[in-house]
Design a protein. Structure first.
Length: 455
């Protein structure tokens, strides 16, 4: 018997569940004692469940499914080894995806024949959102009490209780309203992009391997050495002032395109700056990624579009110097990196072509309008169309930006003639998780189209 199993206790409790898994029959109870996975350090600023010791570390992504016996074996064996060897030592962060839908049939479940596996994945994302300190304990509990039975609401709530999760009602209400469905579907999106067809799978950069591969530690080490050939540097824009904000420069150390991503130009649009903050964790496999997630720190601090300096996104006239100190600093930062593509992340109170607002749209510069249309089609297919949102939530390609207005991306084309995009999600009738997930998906697809390949 695995030595880790003997450390966990499964004494029968009133109302406990007797579950049949691949290791035999065990009684799931509140006496569960978590092991190396369940007690791993966590990074709560991530959109997806993440363990690690430093947010700037490279991230290994694992793809699993709660109804997959192979995933259970992986969690109890190779995953524990990876956590000991690379996560606890500070070499890697580890992020989990629940692959619930088949990559080649996005409405067909990967393992079961009903909604149960996606329901369990949404519940897990709910635990991460509401109670991240107990996520990895819950995650480990699920696999040490593995079942092939469908995950009903009652079963999931019982598991949360037995695993020591406290805010069960709050988590359940959010999860059962499909609040985290976009996060679950993002695993399918990634599986399509990276050519992943099943679980368990581990991915570092664009390479991936069967999670139960015999020498998984050696496989990870080889890829980690490649990642470490690059660098992640952080410096401040306008240090020592009230405008000070971090700039993240993620350099692959290899030839390739450079992307410049901005969020937080408007302080009342958390969807934009939260999405940009998630993108800074990507690692390009060639070229460089520069991210300024919180461009307008004073506006973000008060949750407003305007500060005493006015609207930052009206201070970038074509053919002239930006009209404020912050605008000049942001523009100088962009020019210093000589980017090949620029993405500016925003959100709107409404929906493009539905109520006169600009949400759910991508506005390209005149250089590459077809790329924007392609990104919209892709995200609609992967996220919006399979969801419960009405069809008018589909992303549309907006009008081309030509430098005629004093907006940041207008100037990108007017002065530099570069491909650039304003990505607008909507705050109307959406959750923050959905809007951030969509914005990240659109931005990643745009970067991919411009050769900024990443993992």
């Amino acid at each position: 018997m695995n030595s880790e199993f003997t450390r966990r206790t499964f004494l029968t409790a009133a109302g406990g569940l007797a579950l049949l898994g691949t290791v035999g029959t065990r009684n799931a109870t509140a006496g569960f004692s978590p092991g190396v996975v369940g007690t791993a350090p966590y990074l709560s600023d991530r959109l997806y469940p993440t363990m690690g010791t430093d947010s700037s570390n490279p991230t290994l992504v694992v793809y699993v499914n709660f109804l997959s016996g192979s995933s259970q074996y992986f969690v109890q064996h190779n995953l524990e080894d990876i956590v000991r060897e690379y996560v606890l030592t500070g070499d890697l962060n580890l992020e989990v995806r629940f692959l619930s839908y088949k990559p080649d049939a996005i409405d067909t479940y990967l393992v079961g024949d009903d909604e149960g596996e996606a329901r369990a994945a949404r519940a897990a994302h709910g635990v991460w959102d509401v109670e991240p300190e107990n996520f990895w304990r819950f995650f480990e509990f699920m696999y040490w009490n593995f079942t092939t039975k469908t995950y009903t609401h009652a079963r999931l709530e019982s598991y949360m209780d037995l695993a020591g999760v406290r805010n069960i009602t709050k988590i359940a209400n959010r999860a059962y309203e499909d609040r985290y469905d976009s996060l679950v579907r993002s695993a399918t999106d990634e599986a399509v992009r990276y050519g992943i067809s099943g679980v368990p799978r581990v991915r570092l950069l664009r390479d991936h391997k069967d999670g139960n591969y015999g020498d998984i530690l050696g496989w990870v080490r080889t890829r980690l050495d490649r990642v470490n050939a690059g660098s992640v540097r952080t410096h401040s824009l306008l240090p020592g002032t009230n405008y000070e904000t971090p700039v993240y420069v993620i350099d692959s150390g290899k030839p390739g395109s450079t992307a410049f991503v901005v969020g937080g130009v408007h302080g009342e649009e958390p969807q934009g700056y939260r999405a940009a903050d998630q993108l800074r964790h990507l690692r390009p496999t060639g070229g460089k990624l520069v991210v300024v997630p919180y461009a307008n720190a004073p506006a973000i601090s008060i949750g407003a579009r305007y500060t005493e300096d006015g609207d930052l996104n009206r201070q970038f006239p074509t053919g002239a110097e930006p009209t404020s100190r912050l605008a000049r600093a942001l523009w100088d930062e962009l020019v210093s990196h000589d980017p090949d593509v620029v993405v500016d992340l925003h959100s709107s109170s409404g929906i493009y072509k539905h109520d006169g607002k600009v949400g759910q749209a991508v506005f390209p510069t005149r250089a590459t309008p077809m790329n924007a249309a392609s990104a919209c089609d892709y995200v609609n297919e992967q996220y919006i169309d399979p969801s419960e949102y009405p069809s008018y939530y589909d992303f549309d390609c907006g009008n081309s930006l030509d430098g005629s207005r004093p907006l940041f991306i207008h100037k990108v084309y007017g002065d530099l003639h570069l491909p650039g995009y304003i990505v607008e999600t909507t705050r109307k009738g959406t959750t923050l998780e959905d809007a951030v997930t969509w914005a990240v998906a659109v931005a990643r697809d745009l970067l991919w189209q411009h050769g900024v390949y990443h993992g």
